[in-house]
Design a protein around this ligand. Structure first.
Ligand SMILES: Nc1nc2c(ncn2[C@@H]2O[C@H](COP(=O)(O)OP(=O)(O)OP(=O)(O)O)[C@@H](O)[C@H]2O)c(=O)[nH]1
Length: 236
């Protein structure tokens, strides 16, 4: 509110009434100034808020990615990206429990690349690795989504086949063997043809774990190697 000030005059000083002028111009200016200050404040607060959200989101996304990639590393083989031994121990036990619960079949295939040592010696470790990766791809491509393929280390692979009898698992293993034989590894001018041998076994209802079935599959694999390689042998 503007005040009106009245000054009492003396003789030499006529009465003068001083009414301060309401500085409409200035008042308007300061209103505009305050409005723009408020606007700037709101813009700053909003920017800080949005920036904060972006930072938190980035942090959460990157930590989710890190968790995902460490889980991937913990459960997969670095060379082929197949499941590793740790995954096998978890999934084998689970597969046995499911087969027991639903009274369903469960088979296991053990595959091994033939004469792999000489491939390494002849062409070098890097090309040996490429052969392993090629075999892993062929196996993976020929499996069902419900099957699990593992590589622990070396040139051997395990395949877990739920709801599959030993007869069907043997047919499957033989199909994979054929596919591998007709999928050489190419490198520059080299064409490396490879074969695999395999053993097949079925989990039996009285067995608490998959260990005995795994031993039978390995026994089949050893027999396949002894009988000349490039073949599949099942052990009941
Ligand atoms: N390049 C490469 N070689 C590997 C890897 N792991 C194991 N090896 C090699 O694989 C070879 C396996 O040789 P062996 O066990 O004698 O078997 P093989 O030569 O395939 O002979 P058979 O199985 O009897 O047909 C060894 O030379 C290992 O060093 C790997 O990750 N990469």
């Amino acid at each position: 509110m503007d005040n009106i000030i009245v000054n009492q005059s003396t003789a030499s000083n006529p009465i003068s009434v001083y009414v301060p002028q309401i500085d409409v111009e200035n008042s308007k200016k300061s209103d505009t100034l305050r409005a723009s200050q408020r606007l700037i404040f709101i813009v700053i607060v909003l920017s800080v808020f949005i920036f904060g959200i972006v930072i938190i989101r980035t942090f959460l996304t990157s930590s989710a990615k890190n968790t995902k990639s460490s889980l991937q590393e913990a459960n997969h083989d670095y060379l082929t990206n197949l499941l590793n031994r740790r995954s096998f121990e978890l999934l084998a036990q689970q597969a046995v429990a499911i087969s027991e619960r639903y009274k369903s079949d469960l088979s296991i295939v053990s595959l091994d690349i033939d004469h792999f040592k000489s491939i390494n010696e002849q062409y070098g470790q890097a090309l040996g690795d490429k052969v392993i990766q090629n075999v892993a791809n062929v196996i993976q491509k020929n499996c069902r989504d419900s099957d699990s393929v593992f590589r622990f280390d070396g040139e051997a692979f395990l395949i877990l086949l739920p709801q599959t009898s030993i007869a069907d698992a043997t047919k499957f293993a033989d199909k994979v063997r054929n596919k591998i034989a007709s999928a050489p590894t190419f490198s520059d001018k080299l064409i490396i043809e490879i074969t695999v041998s395999g053993g097949v076994a079925q989990w039996q209802k009285a067995e608490i774990t998959l260990e005995s079935a795994l031993k039978r599959a390995d026994k089949g694999l050893v027999q396949a190697k002894q009988q000349g390689r490039d073949r599949i042998i099942n052990i009941s």
